[in-house]
Design a protein around this ligand. Structure first.
Ligand code: ZN
Length: 50
């Protein structure tokens, strides 16, 4: 999938993101861009989170 550079510029990951920030970022990211997938470890956290 193509990288959505515009989205990435507007949604920079914070320097020391909290788990919540990372999860939110990745959920938004998968909707807008397909340059990389959610890491398996984070996917696990998302499942626990919901
Ligand atoms: Zn991306």
């Amino acid at each position: 999938m193509k990288i959505n550079a515009v989205w990435h510029k507007a949604h920079l990951m914070p320097k020391n993101p909290t788990l919540e920030q990372r999860i939110t970022w990745h959920i938004e990211h998968t909707k807008e861009c397909g340059c990389r997938e959610i890491p398996p470890k984070l996917q696990e956290e998302i499942r626990k989170w919901k």
